[in-house]
Design a protein around this ligand. Structure first.
Ligand code: FAD
Length: 478
């Protein structure tokens, strides 16, 4: 085994080694650089950014934007008096634009690494221990291996999609997110297994581009765990848009037949076979522990194979931290990023801890869906007495000007103290609108605090104000 430094200038004894360059790992690396820690980030892919930047958040949002423009041009431009004639799709160009956007982001992270003096060790990292000393072996693609001897290690190895035992990914016809982001032509019939965020976002992309899309979900509703009012509205709107939703339906078997996939489903004892040219399996993700031999290291895992951590992101091994999808919880890029910052600041001796009460979760369909804090049911199940305010976008002037009047904002507050407990939004641009409520909850605002705050007119954000006033029975425009 030959040892060579990961880059000419890099130390083989950095303060911190981060294994994984996704949103958790790369943000941790930047923060460590800011704090003056000698930092190496080990990433085995050809580009930085992990799942989110390469095959997740960014390419899916690029395609959601493009397909939304296409659908708008076809269905709604004329309502505005904009007559476009025949609108056609250039899928190759749409995909190329998506790839350009991804490239801008991955290059951006490389720039930020340089700016913050972070070394990127290109290769597959393996963590081991020699007594108290932590060692990370980095195996590069040229066959060389470098051993790093850091003071602290942050594991940020992410997650991978779960496969169905009878339907293995081939990324040709049986797709994970990776294949579903680059289908070479618009499917005739795309079957999506799993009615969660990824299935609904990517299903929406291909429906807008002209595919018939069927979503099969085992649970009684799509978007399990979301507020019941929001789920009802989402199901209504998605069905109206043409998504076929088969809830309470189990997939029992599947086989490939030439360029088709035959998938057996069952609902209430009745069986059926769906014939699709592409299948997206989006039934969840599991922690990826590449290069992390938990047994050999003595690393404690949770029941789902996730790395167990405390609120400073410390594992049970001294000086080994873990963040992001590999520690479970909400599989979200911004949650991974916050955990990364907490881990690094804890390593630097700062007084920090991670809390999860105010992490928003967004579904970037149209209308968008955003969830924050407790649902009404969760609050009631927890024995809280609650008051709820709900305001529809159909009563908002700005939404009417845009012709985007679907959905509502629902605010949940404690009945005694009026403290905000949660908010559930479905409608135009709610991915942006939710931030005001996140800030409110972070500062333990009351519904009245939001309700008496001046919001510019006409804006979609007036819907937030009105929903908050609604908690107090004081909404003005309804
Ligand atoms: P990852 O992003 O998975 O990064 C882990 C990195 O570690 C990878 O680059 C991997 O190559 C590297 N690695 C692993 N093991 C090793 C090793 N031993 N040596 C070297 N490198 C290693 N979240 C949102 O918040 N918003 C969204 O809109 C959103 N959209 C999504 C859409 C899709 C289709 C998918 C699949 C996910 C989406 N997510 C979204 C989730 C988000 O992508 C993840 O939560 C996020 O990427 C987790 O970050 P991470 O750093 O924990 O792991």
């Amino acid at each position: 085994m030959s040892a060579s430094p990961p880059s000419e200038n890099a130390s083989t004894s950095p303060d911190v080694v981060i294994i994984g360059g996704g949103p958790g790992g790369y943000v941790a690396a930047i923060r460590a650089g800011q704090l003056g820690l000698a930092t190496t980030c080990v990433e085995m892919d050809a580009t930085l950014g992990g799942t989110c930047v390469n095959v997740g958040c960014i390419p899916s949002k690029a395609l959601l934007e493009s397909s939304e423009h296409y659908e708008f041009a076809k269905l709604h431009a004329a309502e505005h008096g904009v007559m476009l004639g025949d609108v056609s799709l250039d899928l190759t160009r749409m995909m190329a634009r998506k790839d350009t956007v991804v490239g801008q982001n991955t290059k951006g992270i490389e720039f930020l690494f340089k700016k913050n003096k972070v070394t990127w060790a290109r290769g597959r990292g393996t963590l081991r221990r020699e007594g108290e000393q932590l060692l990370v072996d980095v195996a590069a693609s040229d066959g060389t291996t470098t051993t790093l001897r850091p003071r602290a290690v942050i594991i940020a190895t992410g997650s991978v999609p779960i496969e169905l035992p009878f339907l293995k990914f081939d990324e040709e016809r049986v797709l994970s997110n990776v294949g579903a982001l680059k289908i070479p032509k618009v499917p005739k019939h795309l079957l999506v297994i799993g009615g969660g965020v990824i299935g609904l976002e990517l299903g929406s992309v291909w429906r807008r581009l002209g595919a018939k899309v069927t979503v099969v979900e085992m649970l009684p509703t799509i978007l399990a765990g979301n507020d019941a009012d929001v789920v009802r509205e989402a199901e209504r709107v998605f069905k109206k848009q043409g998504l076929e939703l088969r809830t309470g339906t189990r997939v029992t078997g599947a086989r490939r037949k030439m360029d088709r996939v035959l998938v057996d489903i069952e609902k209430n004892g009745a069986s059926e076979t769906i014939d699709a040219d592409y299948v997206l399996v989006s039934v969840g993700r599991r922690p990826a522990l590449t290069g992390i031999d938990a047994t050999a290291l003595g690393l404690t895992l949770g029941t789902r194979g996730e790395i167990a951590v405390d609120d400073r992101m410390r594992t049970n091994i001294p000086n080994v931290y873990a963040i992001g999808d590999c520690v479970g919880g909400a599989l979200l890029a911004h949650k991974a990023e916050e955990e990364g910052v907490v881990a690094v600041e804890a390593i630097a001796g700062m007084d920090v801890h991670m809390h999860y009460n105010t992490i928003p979760a967004v579904v970037y369909t149209w209308p968008e869906i955003a969830a924050l804090g407790l649902t009404e049911q969760q609050a009631r199940d927890a024995g809280r007495e609650v008051r709820v305010g709900k305001f529809p976008f159909s009563a908002n002037g700005r939404a009417r000007t845009a012709g985007e009047t679907t959905g509502f904002i629902k605010v949940i507050a404690d009945a005694r103290t009026d403290e905000l407990l949660g908010a559930h939004l479905i409608g135009p641009h709610v991915s942006e609108l939710v931030s005001e409520l996140v800030l409110g909850m972070e500062f333990r605002a009351s519904a009245e605090d939001v309700g008496i705050t001046v919001h510019a007119h006409p804006t979609l954000s007036e819907t937030t104000k009105e929903a908050a006033l609604g908690v107090l029975g004081r909404a003005l425009h309804i």
